[in-house]
Structure formats: structure tokens, C-alpha cells
Design a protein around this ligand. Sequence first.
Ligand SMILES: C[S@@+](CC[C@H](N)C(=O)[O-])C[C@H]1O[C@@H](n2cnc3c(N)ncnc32)[C@H](O)[C@@H]1O
Length: 204
Amino acid sequence: MKRGPKKQQRWKDHYSEQARKEKYPARSVYKLKEAQKRFRFIKRGDRVLDLGCSPGSWLLYAAELTGKQGRVLGIDLKAVTCQMPPQAETLTVDVLSIDQVWFERQNLLNHFDVVLSDMAPATSGNKMLDATRSYQLCQAALNAAEMALRPGGSFICKIFQGEEFKKFAESVKSRFRQHRIFKPRSSRKESKEIFILGIGFTKK
Ligand SMILES: C[S@@+](CC[C@H](N)C(=O)[O-])C[C@H]1O[C@@H](n2cnc3c(N)ncnc32)[C@H](O)[C@@H]1O
């Protein structure tokens, strides 16, 4: 008797298939959609910075939410090739290399209402090493958010849970009025990824 796909495979296909139908380049869009549905942190007219934006599904969805009055700037090591609406643009840059001088030169200090980070390291198969690399990217994302956000702004960041997870959650907690920890239904159950949201950025 021919067996159908495993439960996990069917589940994976559901989100990939939905992304294909809705013309998003990645299924990861549904993680941001779930977070947005729950916490409503991206608003019409917002300026959004999307770190680790390639292939572009968060970027497209954020641009739908901000509308033409808003702006979405995506940054990634890899170029984004999908077609983007006029309010979205991308830069091919290593987030680990950006600092205060870079933000000043780009005229982007205190410029954004929301900073998103879905950055992920290339996985090695070693969960501890991957978690440490993810933590380094999260630290870089939080540093960027501290320079880029206006007071009161929001930050959402993906992290692979490991030894440094608690430390990172504490850093987010100390810089935002509220924080939430969130595992979207569309995130694979076996994945160590989890999302931290900070709302109400407090400028030092
Ligand atoms: C899971 S993907 C992001 C998917 C994206 N949110 C979407 O919905 O299309 C993670 C991205 O992080 C990027 N990335 C990893 N390290 C980075 C770094 N140091 N600077 C910029 N981007 C980085 C990778 O190139 C990759 O495209």
C-alpha cells in the first residue's frame, strides 16, 4: 500500500504551498504574520528596518502593512531578487559590520518605528555552535535597533535557544517597556528558534 507524506512533511508543505499561492518567496512570512496578528506592532505609515531580509517575504509583508506612506529598508548579506513595491528597498550589507558611523552616514539614526530581525547563521548541525552564532547576530540586531529606533519603537528578533538565550532576553527587557517571548505555530516544532518582541523602546 502506498503511504502518504509523513505528518510533519504535510505540515511543512502547507505553509510552503500557502507562501507559493500568496506569492511570498519564503514560508517564514507566516511567523511574522502570526506575531503581527497577536501584537500589532507594525502600523500604517511606519518606517521599518528588516535585518536579514532575503529572500524578501517579511519585507513584502511589512511593506503591505506600512502602505505607500511608509518605508521598509531591508538589509542582508544576500541580494533580494523578488519584485518589491516602491516603499521597499534593500541594501546588501553585513549587519555585523554596521555601526553608529554607518547609521549617521545613511541618515538613519533614530529613524525607524520598527526593527525586525529574522537573521540566522548558516547552520552547522552543531546546536550549541549554531545557538552561539545566532546569539551574536541577535546582539548585532539589538545594537542596530538601539541606533535605528526612535523612542517608543518596537523590535522583534529571532533567536535559537541556547545558553545565551536568557541573557539576550534580559537585554531586550532592559531596553523596552514591555517584552514578549513567542513561538509561532508556523515555526517547526523541532526548531530551536523563538522570537523576542520588545515594545516601547527607551532611549538611554
Ligand atoms: C531565515 S532567512 C530570512 C528570511 C526572511 N525574513 C524572509 O522572510 O524572506 C535569514 C537571513 O539572514 C541573513 N543573514 C545572516 N547573517 C547575516 C549578517 N551578518 N548580515 C546580514 N544578513 C545576514 C541570511 O543571509 C539569510 O538571508
